[in-house]
Design a binder for this molecule. Sequence first.
Ligand code: SF4
Length: 465
Amino acid sequence: MSFSTRPSDYREVSARTVRSTPSVRASVGSATRAFETARRNALASVEAEAWRDWARDVKTHTLMHLDRYLAEAADRLAERGVHVHWAPEPDDALRVLSEIVEKHGVRSAVKGKSMLAEELEVNEHLEKLGVEPVETDLGEYIIQLLGEPPSHIVGPAIHRSLEDCRILFHEHLGTPLDAAPDDLAAAARAALRSRFLAAELGISGGNFLAADTGTIALIENEGNIRLSTSVPPVHVAFVGIEKVVPRFEDLAGFLQLTARSATGQPIGLYVSLLQGPRSEGEVDGPEEMHVVLVDNGRTRMLADERGWEALRCVRCGACLNSCPVYRQTGGHAYGWTYSGPIGAILSPGLLGLEAAMPLPYASSLCGACVEACPVRIPIPELLVHWRERAVAAGLTPRSEGLGSRALAAVAARPGAYGAAAVALRNTPWRSMARSLPVLNGWVEGREAPTPSPRSFRQQWKEGIE
Ligand code: SF4
């Protein structure tokens, strides 16, 4: 399901979500805190800092030699009978899908969770072709029934409560309104089983692509990706070009680090390593396999002097879980596939800065995300980078630049700073600002604590109590 809002709606949608749907804040808050605790515990038992250095270095090295590793991966895949397609733009990827659908007379497709497929709007395209796409990840299945896009990279239905799911499944699958979570999962499994068997096409993403062997690695916990990629006669994997890593043995480190960072598990319950269609003597696997290597703005992003670092992302969701801003709103407010801190730095690179505004401002720059990121993406620095670009491109209100310059001028003069502090303490500036044309928008979306009656300088002189 594609987004009905855009990044430009961020301020309005986030404010509305916080004001009008406290259940979203409650569901997202409790789920992200649980993920965050699990992540910390899972990384406490390993040499996490050394792993993170290693992962950063491998991903950086690969991105710096992306052409070589992609060519190697494509050659290895082709040698094993995989049809490899290059898709510079979304339309190229969707054209490949159309051809496969036509060639095989596809009417039903099962899908494993794939953020890239969301990015490309694969479901919408399939529906236009007369194909019924069925999401098979439980979270994705829930939001497909709801007609909503995902709210989180790892937990797409994170914004919904157990009660919401009970009502939804009661309406669609006839389960009791007080069904236990296990019973809801069992009902979904029963409903999906026949879909796996009937589907002519299975669709997946790819967490990693090892260049030396042409191996696509997929991590999951439900077994649905394994079924989607092995039961239907045709399998299509959409893989972002940044997902390549040099060696098969690199997968051992990345699979563990990603699972620990995402859900706090030592490794996903199911790990599929796919190297081609079913060969003679094998009992399962598709008869035909396609890998679509998708660019969609990634090479443009790679050329950006700072923005490229976001391409190291392994989509673990840890930065979302740690983000105090994301926790208030969930992912829909961000208006595109990728939300939270990684969304705020990926969207400007992939969509273009103008289309992604004001997402680089959807952060307090507290730095919790960079502490969580397993591949050490300097997210706050990249947010500032995109903000600088936005100012230079004239994409921010002129008043913001004037305000920053005024603040800089005052802060550089101790006398003026002291006088301004006294004025702010002793005047009802918030209510005054509400009646002024530019400042009213600024104070509307922000809270400020009541200033101390004594300034820091006074307290310092008198000795801080
Ligand atoms: S930016 Fe880092 S923490 Fe966030 S999803 Fe990507 S890899 Fe995970």
